[in-house]
Design a protein around this ligand. Sequence first.
Ligand SMILES: N[C@@H](CCC(=O)N[C@@H](CS)C(=O)NCC(=O)O)C(=O)O
Length: 291
Amino acid sequence: MTDATDYVPPKVWTWTKPNGGRFANINRPIAGPTHDQELPVGRHPLQLYSLGTPNGVKVTIMLEELLALGRSGAEYDAWLININEGDQFGSGFVAINPNSKIPAMVDRSGPAPIRIFESGAILVYLAEKFGAFLPTEAGPRAECFSWLFWQMGAAPYLGGGFGHFYAYAPTKIEYAIDRYAMEVKRQLDVLDRRLAESEYIAGDALTIADMAIFPWYGGLAKGWNYGSAEFLSVQDYKNVQRWADAIAERPAVKRGQMVNRIFGDPASQLRERHEASDFDTKTQDKVAAAG
Ligand SMILES: N[C@@H](CCC(=O)N[C@@H](CS)C(=O)NCC(=O)O)C(=O)O
C-alpha cells in the first residue's frame, strides 16, 4: 500500500474548499437551484433534458428503439443540460428533478405535464406507455426488473467508485482503486455468467434491462469508459463482449448514443435532437462546415 496519510477527520465536516478532481466545480453539499433558468419546450409530446453520458443515453437508446419499432408517439425533443456548466442547478431543471441529475423528462401528451426523473423510472414509464421492451408475463417481467434495479445499485460502484478514483481523482489512491476494481470485476463476472445462459440480460429479447446496463458495462467492455479496458482485462469477459457487440451494432442504439453528446468525433455529436432528420443534418461536423 502506498497511500499513507496523516489526515484525521475533524469532529464535524464543513464545506471549506473544493475537493479537487474533475467535477470539483459542480460538487456541493446542498440541494436546490442556484439560479433562475426556465427550460425550453419543443413541439413533441416528450421533452427530454439530458446529456450523452451513460445515464443519459439509456433513455435516448430507448426512445430511438421505440421509434424504430414504429411507436410514433415516442417522438421527442432532446435538450442539452451541460452538467459541467451547472445547468442541472437551474430552477426549471430542479423543478423536474429535485436531485439535479440528468436525465429528466416531461411527458406533455396528457391534460397535465408529467415529470419523470431517474433513468430507471423513465425507462419503465416509457416501456409501460408504449407497451414495449418490458415483458408482460410475471416471470420474465420480474427478471427484467431484477436486472434493471441491479444496474441502478451496481453502477455507482463503477462510476462514482472505480471511475472516479481511477480516472478523475486528483491523486491515485491505491486502496480506493483496488477496492473498486475488485468490485467492478466481480460485477463484470456476474454479467458474464448471466450472459453465458441468456442471449440478452432478461431472456431471449432486448429489454430495458439491456438498455440500462449496456451504456455502463457494455461501454466498459468496449473500452469507452475511463480508459480502463486493459487495466480491467475486459477482453476476458467473452459473453459480455458478445452481448455488447450485438447491442452496439443496432442502428437505434447508434443513434441514441449520438444524442446530447458533447465529446468525441464531431460526426458523432448531435447536441440537441428535435427531428429524426437531425441525425443527417445537425451533427457537429455539419454544423461546423455550415459555419
Ligand atoms: N441514479 C441516477 C443517476 C444520474 C446521474 O448520476 N447523472 C449524472 C450524469 S451521468 C449527473 O447528472 N451529474 C450531475 C451532478 O452530479 O451534478 C439515474 O440513473 O438517473
